[in-house]
Design a protein around this ligand. Structure first.
Ligand code: ARG
Length: 828
């Protein structure tokens, strides 16, 4: 026991201390472990970065073309399923692969190459190549491929044939989506132009069924060597550009590379929009790419081949003449240069007037014109420009035109004219810009020269106000809220004292009362345009939501912003939109385009004339708005009888009443305003019910009706349309006409028109005369373009003192005043 006891070593009391002393050692261990962990994770992190990110491979796609010389093109090469195609493709592919292999920045990353097409010209081979390359090597690969064309010339041994030489290898980085599309063989077409024939093609299913979603279709168009292709889209209707991502691209190549893209099209184009494109060589590629949603009809196109010739530029002699970019008004071809040397008789000077000018490249700004341009007197012009004149101080001038290889437009048409340097505009006034205008336009109070030089240095008459800039303006325009002088001097002395806000009615209120939710002006103008829309007490000029609350904003209906708490201001907004988005740029005179005024109706009466008598506007599938005076008994003809009338909708040309786009309806009911006064023309409004609803199409759409509170301020530009007489004593137009006019201040108009104005009337016109509605336009729409390009019916053509006379604006029924009556009668 003892021995045992001896053997037992009792822990001294101090041991407690010893135990404690072990603590710090453990910390060291923990620390060590932690550091190891840290270093380890750092290492792992690095390795992950190295292998996963730094070394992470990215897919890169290039597409390009190369030329083969030493052999003849055979037709079978156009068919990618032929054995000849396969044999040649294999060889070209092998050569390309070899070229890649010889370059250390390319070879190791090459995954796949596909030869997609051949075209004639010795032989052009189109291909795409796929690479899988670590991120940090991408730049080197880009560079290597950009230079590959210069450094390589290879020879293909082609069986018994003479050696095939590979030249000019070109590669562009390309969009994987597009290459994926070219891989998709389900929607590919190869078409070869037939000599002397026009070949047409359409999107699959056109026009009976819409194109499919997620489609990638390609049409390879070819022509014989030494010809070029002219391609025209005769109908074009794909998803609107802002609604999705469906588009058509045309390439001046058979491979869809951005550098050869001629155009990107989306939306729908009016039939008169010129969609003709010319290739620079004998191929074009058309691609349709669609997204998951939105199904539209698609397009119909036709193409033909024509001999390639340099048909631009040259020497132009004589005293005057015309010249245009090649194929104008079609799109000019890419990659061309033209030079016109113009020379007029010795003792004369020469000027060039560009009447139409479109060299627009999307997203490009105009100052330096780095791409397509026109150059005259060492100044470059590009973009889209209004008519302009360039003069020479001698009898010679040179005009150059350059188009680069991508993105084309319709170009220009220009005139050259010789003139006497002493008298540049014989019998006319010369603007400082060089333009000649009629002498009577000088000092008439209106700007006719774009720089206003026709209104400089004039003596103002006593009925005119002298602007600070020297222009003379009718006294009527002073203090009407519209800046007529251009420098605002006609509105200045009517300004309120500093710190005040000027109401539309002329009243001055302290600035602090603006946008305070209270109508301090009395006409609401201090609350109409505020950052925040507030609910205000309802008054005549405020907009009333369905929940009977009124909002402060002016014209809140259908402006795309919810202003009423119940959103009723954005209800029933399926109106006032044009469905053709792209308008033609070149229209004769003031002819309307198809689909431009889809609410315009032509009313034909079965009287002795049996033709167009009045206009009207479509406001729903069954209701029209027109003028009451069209439906009064006259010379024993009972125009108030609905059976007498036929309504034509979707009509463009009166000679084409049976066009397939036209819908013809009988009139079931005519309700003229009971207060219509056939002496004063007060309350000149009527609504007509159709016997059957029309169906809305691109050519037939309803116009929006403005709320009773809607404002069309003086000075606002508005459009009037109709088939009425084009001159006071003239006859009606067969093609729908349009004219842009301005709202005229009511007080002033009343004095111009011998106090014949009532609150149900509004004056709209151009006081210089020359632009107006006329006989036969009655009942037709006065269309105002508001927020978001939505169009509202501001007025109905009613009467005038003659047509287009100076200081005799046209008079229109004020729709806002009769809005509630329309609602009551039609429910619209
Ligand atoms: N009352 C005419 C008609 O029946 C319309 C006159 C419009 N005149 C004018 N100058 N704006 O067609």
């Amino acid at each position: 026991m003892n021995g045992l006891e001896e053997g037992v070593e009792f822990l001294p009391v101090m041991n407690a201390e010893k135990l404690e002393k072990r603590g710090p050692k453990r910390w060291v261990v923990v620390l060590a472990v932690l550091s190891v962990c840290f270093i380890f994770s750092l290492l792992v992190g690095f390795l992950v970065w190295h292998f996963k990110y730094r070394n992470a491979s990215v897919q890169k796609l290039y597409n390009g073309h190369l030329r083969l010389t030493g052999s003849r093109f055979i037709d079978a090469y156009e068919n990618s399923t032929s054995s000849e195609f396969a044999i040649l493709a294999r060889k070209v592919k092998k050569t390309l692969t070899d070229i890649y292999k010889n370059n250390p920045n390319v070879g190791p990353f090459h995954k796949e190459t596909v030869i997609s097409a051949f075209s004639e010209g010795s032989i052009i081979a189109y291909y795409w190549s796929e690479f899988s390359v670590p991120k940090y090597k991408v730049d080197a690969l880009d560079k290597a491929l950009a230079n590959i064309q210069a450094s390589n010339q290879a020879t293909i041994h082609r069986g018994r044939n003479p050696d095939l030489k590979v030249e000019s290898v070109v590669a562009f980085p390309s969009d994987p989506d597009i290459v994926k599309a070219s891989r998709d063989n389900s929607c590919r077409y190869a078409l070869h132009a037939k000599a002397g024939e026009v070949t047409s093609f359409t999107t699959p299913g056109f026009p009976n069924s819409p194109y499919s979603s997620n489609a990638h279709c390609m049409w390879a168009l070819r022509a014989d060597a030494d010809s070029v292709i002219s391609l025209t889209f005769t109908t074009f209707e794909v998803e609107p550009c802002d609604l999705g991502n469906d588009f058509v691209k045309v390439y001046d190549s058979l491979s869809p590379g951005e550098p050869h893209e001629l155009v990107r099209l989306c939306g729908s184009y009016t039939p008169s929009y010129n969609l003709t494109f010319i290739s620079s060589k004998n191929v074009l590629l058309v691609m349709l790419s669609t997204d998951a949603k939105g199904r539209y009809p698609g397009f119909k196109a036709e193409f033909f081949q024509m001999p390639k010739q340099q048909l631009c530029g040259g020497v132009l002699l004589g005293t005057s003449g015309n010249f245009t970019t090649p194929y104008y008004p079609g799109h000019y071809p890419p990659s061309i240069d033209c030079k016109w040397d113009i020379e007029v008789p010795k003792h004369k000077n020469v000027k060039v007037r560009f009447n139409e000018f479109f060299l627009v490249e999307e997203g490009l700004q105009l100052s330096s014109c780095p791409k397509d341009y026109v150059e005259v007197n060492s100044v470059k012009y590009c973009g889209s420009r209004d008519r302009f004149v360039v003069k020479s101080q001698t009898n010679k001038i040179t005009v150059r035109f350059h188009s680069d290889r991508s993105l084309v437009d319709t170009g220009f048409w220009a005139e050259y004219l010789s003139y006497d340097s002493g008298d540049p505009c014989p019998g006319k006034f010369t603007c400082q810009t060089g333009r000649c205008i009629e002498k009577k336009l000088r000092c008439d109070g209106w700007l006719d020269c774009s720089d206003g030089s026709d209104e400089k240095g004039c003596n103002c008459t006593e009925t005119q106000f002298r602007c600070h800039n020297g222009w003379c303006k009718s006294n009527f325009w002073v203090c009407d809220g519209v800046n007529d002088c251009g420098d605002n001097s006609d509105e200045q002395q009517c300004n309120c004292p500093a710190g005040n806000f000027k109401c539309s009615n002329g009243k001055c209120i302290p600035e602090s009362q603006k946008c305070n939710g209270k109508d301090d002006c009395g006409d609401g103008s201090d609350e109409g345009k505020c950052d925040s829309v507030v609910t205000v007490p309802c008054q005549g000029h405020t907009y009333k939501c369905r929940n009977a609350l009124c909002v402060s904003k002016t014209n809140p209906e259908c402006d795309g912003v919810q202003d009423c708490s119940d959103n009723s201001d954005e209800d029933n907004c399926n109106c006032g939109k044009r469905l053709f988005v792209k308008k033609s740029r070149i229209v004769g005179g003031e002819q309307a385009e198809v689909g431009e005024w889809p609410w315009q109706v032509s009313l034909h009466a079965k009287d002795e004339d049996n033709g167009h008598l009045c206009g009207a506007s479509l406001i729903s599938e069954t209701w029209l708005v027109s003028a009451a005076h069209c439906f009064q008994q006259q010379n024993f003809v009972r125009y108030y009888d609905p059976k007498l009338w036929t309504a034509f909708l979707g009509l463009h040309d009166q000679r084409e009443l049976s066009d397939s786009k036209v819908q013809r309806r009988n009139v079931k009911r005519i309700i003229a305003h009971p207060s219509f006064n056939d002496y004063t023309y007060d309350y000149d409004i009527a609504v007509l019910e159709l016997d059957n609803p029309v169906s809305f199409t691109k050519e037939i759409q309803p116009v929006c009706l403005p709320d009773a509170s809607h404002e069309f301020p003086a000075g606002k530009e508005i459009w009037v349309t109709g088939w009425g007489a084009t001159q006071e004593t003239g006859s009606g137009a067969s093609i729908l006409q349009k004219a842009k006019i301005r709202v005229i201040n009511q007080t002033m108009c009343n004095s111009l028109l011998d106090n014949q104005m009532t609150p149900r009337m509004m004056c709209v016109g151009v006081l210089t005369g020359g632009i107006d509605a006329c006989q036969g336009d009655s009942g037709g729409p006065l269309t105002s373009i508001e927020e978001n390009d939505r169009m509202f019916l501001a007025g109905v053509v009613s009467w005038g003192d003659g047509c287009a006379r100076r200081n005799k604006p046209g008079v229109y029924t004020r729709v806002t005043q009769l809005r509630n009556w329309i609602k009551e009668k039609t429910g619209v």
